[in-house]
Design a protein around this ligand. Structure first.
Ligand SMILES: [Zn+2]
Length: 301
């Protein structure tokens, strides 16, 4: 029976799955740390371990999503913002092909998340789909008729770095890319942590901040309310430009209902006319499997 290996390589974790090609089911999973800030050699060793941990007879191909800029034709990871600088221009496709002797396909992780959503997830009945990965940063993908829209050189969908109006907030937050006024800096997990620190002087993770807000904590609530407005701005911009049928939101922060629900409500208020508000905005139900399934899907092409 033929199998596919799908890997989702984030800055924190490598998540992998062994997928039975016919039933399109994940039959084995693996998860290990990426150690993205360490050297290229260490990251590669972790990727090898993930593949070896899933290896079986009859592997037909390996599909990989990477949180970074990818030349999918050459199987090249050009740049991954949250990785060490040594992990640039890495011919990951060639390296893995040489080691494991099967075809290897690589793309940006948010592109693959969106592809998985449009084939298996909330968006499977829709033709024009936007996927947003809301985690430490914000990634985006555009899928039309089950095909990834890549733009000129596969950089389409870099929504995390769209410029938004942040004048309502006195303090300025810097984006991971080094610039200011970027959506990702104001509406992602890193924004939540930074805003909380700004108001309290304390470091706190997003789980604790969410818990505190749910328990009525005033500062945590303020942080979330600020983020609701910024999240809505970005979503409204996307709808104005692309008029998609559906936006699926995934990534770690999509679990935070008290952020996502009001943001969807506020987004609709920012839209120019009622037909734009027909875009459905939903939370992904595939969860962490989306990245793995999306990675397996690109091996078809
Ligand atoms: Zn940026």
């Amino acid at each position: 029976m033929p199998y596919i290996i799908g890997l989702d390589i984030g800055a924190t974790k490598i998540r992998g799955g062994l997928i039975e090609k016919k039933r399109k089911k994940i039959i084995k999973r693996i998860e290990l740390p990426t150690q993205a800030k360490k050297t290229k050699q260490i990251v590669l060793k972790n990727i090898f371990h993930a593949v070896e941990g899933l290896w079986t007879k009859n592997i037909e191909a390996i599909g990989i999503g990477v949180a970074g800029q990818v030349d999918y034709k050459k199987g090249l990871v050009l740049r991954a913002a949250n990785f060490s600088p040594s992990f640039s221009n890495v011919p990951l496709g060639k390296i893995l092909n040489r080691k494991f002797k099967v075809p290897v396909f690589i793309d940006n992780d948010a592109h693959l998340f969106t592809l998985a959503e449009s084939v298996y997830g909330e968006a499977q009945k829709h033709k024009f789909v936007i996927g947003i990965t809301l985690g430490t940063g914000i990634g985006g993908g555009i899928v039309i008729n089950k095909k990834i829209y890549r733009g000129m050189n596969n950089a389409a969908g870099e929504v995390g770095h769209m410029i938004i109006d942040t004048s309502s907030l006195k303090t300025k937050l810097r984006c991971g890319c080094g610039k200011g006024n970027h959506w990702e800096a104001y509406a992602s997990g890193q924004a939540m942590v930074k805003l909380y620190k700004h108001f309290t002087g304390r470091n706190q993770n997003t789980f604790k901040i969410e818990e505190e807000a749910k328990g009525g904590g005033e500062i945590a609530r303020t942080v979330i309310n600020i983020m609701v407005d910024f999240l809505a701005q970005g979503l409204a911009n996307i709808i104005h430009i692309l008029n998609p049928e559906i936006i699926a939101i995934g990534g770690g922060l999509s679990r935070v209902d008290i952020l996502i629900r009001p943001a969807i409500y506020e987004t609709k208020k920012l839209l120019l006319y009622p037909s734009l508000a027909k875009t459905k905005i939903v939370k992904s139900k595939l969860g962490q499997d989306a990245g793995i399934l999306g990675a397996a899907l690109i091996t078809r092409t």
